[in-house]
Design a protein around this ligand. Sequence first.
Ligand code: ADP
Ligand code: MG
Length: 129
Amino acid sequence: LRADYDKIIQIMQNLADNAFNYTLGEGLITLGAYHEAEHKAVVLYVKDTGVGIPESVGERVFDRFFRGDEYQEVKLDTPGTGLGLSIVKSLVEIHGGSIWYESEVGKGTTFFVRLPVVEESAALSQSNN
Ligand SMILES: Nc1ncnc2c1ncn2[C@@H]1O[C@H](COP(=O)(O)OP(=O)(O)O)[C@@H](O)[C@H]1O
Ligand SMILES: [Mg+2]
């Protein structure tokens, strides 16, 4: 991957925090990754069985200071500034990646992060610079 590991951990930590914060009571949180040869990319994902995000929110979920106060009561109990996902999106884009999510209210949410893979020889010559 082109991204350094600290940044990847920061991205996953933020998404996992949200998965925990927005899952009430019993739930299941799954972290995973798969390789996409055709995109020369790796997709990381964080899936939860939480409260979900209404379709009307769309891309606003990535806006700075956006919190789900229009539809969520959980947010009152969860610490947060509404900055997490905007920072995650910047980090992903700085590394040439993309982020998107799928969600169903009452069922859960999955956030996906696609990061480009670099050839090992390219990665080596980069680190020698
Ligand atoms: N996994 C998730 N499930 C449901 N809602 C989520 C999830 N992740 C984020 N959200 C919604 O998006 C909003 C913004 O998330 P974020 O930028 O991380 O800010 P914060 O967690 O500080 O509120 C949250 O307040 C919440 O309403
Ligand atoms: Mg958050």
